[in-house]
Design a protein around this ligand. Structure first.
Ligand code: UDP
Length: 364
């Protein structure tokens, strides 16, 4: 075993089991990272809600399933809401297990956007690190992260600078981007296909704007993802002529990339400060250029004129115009950007460097 190898405990999101899709981009981020860490020779133990499964590529990781009630997600609450921990919640149970394992591990890496694990940071023996997966959707979380960034600055990392800008941090943020296993995505150079949209179907994702673009261009929009909010989905459906949306459901990465790769462009329409935007990079990995609102993570992921177009947030007219110029984008360049900037191995190295620097800072 590599002498500098770490024994790491990774704690998944309590919003849903891995594979449910309810955890959004965190599920894929976690899987990519596990794979990258294993390839680097680190030991990985995953603590996750019952029902979670890892792909074969992660078979060397140990997985511990914990039962309990799912945590309600912060993005569907008011920013001023109090902390909710339901009776028999999975969240504290995940952390009982993680803290126990943490005593005999080098570090515990938290993937959940929750008050409890972050609050624990200065008070427990285990070394806790938090990869923050959302922008500032809750005051209580923003305040806690901002406060602890004074006393424990090395313990927080973010996906993009725009995400991190939602928090009043004491020091310059650690920004790690994200990582994708390129072998899972096939580059498709030729495409005259449909327009695409992927993500959780929920108001913060702004599907209605992508549907409006497709309707204005008399095109069909292929839509993939978990329907988080069925009432919202029905409203979006009713907002456009029949047949504008082709609902494709929530697919595995393998099936998603196969269908997505046939598309001409992905439309990305966040209404919130998207922390990163996994689907943007997954589309580019297949060679699919992206037209996105210049808001949150996607604004840092798309190189205008090279991998797609950025348009002013909420400006449907500009998105229509940019979408009609998508043929100017070279699909190979989209894939090249992902290979250079968002591979799973590069991401795993950045995460390990961050954790090692945090552990070193504690020693000194
Ligand atoms: N996704 C999927 N199958 C689908 C549609 C989406 O696995 O049919 C995944 C996609 O791979 C991505 C996640 O859903 O990892 C959405 O993540 P994103 O970062 O775009 O948004 P979030 O849901 O985290 O806000």
């Amino acid at each position: 075993m590599n002498p500098s190898a770490l024994r790491l405990v990774l704690v998944s999101t309590p919003i849903g089991y891995i594979g449910s899709g309810r955890g959004g981009g965190v599920e894929l981020t976690l899987i990519s990272l596990i794979k990258g860490l294993l390839e680097l020779g680190h030991e990985v133990i995953v603590v996750a809600p019952k029902g979670s499964k890892l792909p074969d590529s992660c078979s060397k990781a140990e997985i511990i399933n914990v039962s309990g009630i799912d945590q309600p997600s912060w993005q569907h609450q008011d920013t001023s809401s109090s902390i909710i921990i339901p009776p028999s919640a999975v969240l504290p149970r995940l952390w009982e297990k993680a803290l126990e394992l943490g005593r005999t591990s080098d570090a515990v890496l938290n993937f959940s956007y929750d008050w409890l694990p972050i609050w624990l940071t200065p008070w427990v023996e285990a070394d806790l690190f938090h990869l923050i997966s959302m922008g500032g959707v809750s005051e209580v979380m923003q305040n806690l992260i901002s406060e602890l960034s004074r006393t424990n600055p090395n313990r927080f990392a973010f996906h993009t600078n725009r995400q991190a800008s939602d928090y009043s941090l004491f020091e310059k943020p650690v920004v790690l981007g994200n990582g994708f296993d390129l072998k899972c995505y096939q580059l498709r150079i030729e495409s005259k296909g449909n327009l695409a949209w992927a993500g959780r179907v929920a108001p913060e994702k702004g599907l209605e704007d992508a549907v409006a673009v497709a309707a204005a261009l008399s095109e069909c929009l292929l839509v993939w993802g978990v329907i988080d909010d069925p009432e919202y989905a029905a409203l979006v459906e009713a907002s456009a002529p029949e047949g504008t949306i082709d609902w494709r459901g929530f697919l595995s990465t393998e099936q998603l990339q196969r269908q997505l790769g046939t598309c001409r462009a992905l439309l990305n329409t966040p209404k919130w400060n998207e922390a990163y935007g996994n689907v943007v990079v997954e589309a580019m990995a297949c060679g699919v250029p992206v037209v996105a609102y210049d808001r949150g993570g996607p604004g840092e992921l798309i190189v205008p004129g090279v991998t797609g177009w950025l348009v002013p947030p909420d400006d449907v007219r500009s998105m229509i115009e940019a979408t009609s110029r998508i043929d100017e984008i070279d699909r190979q360049e989209c894939r090249n950007w992902v290979e250079r900037s968002a591979s799973h191995d590069g991401f795993a190295k950045r995460v390990v460097d961050w954790i090692k620097a945090g552990l070193d800072a504690k020693e000194s």
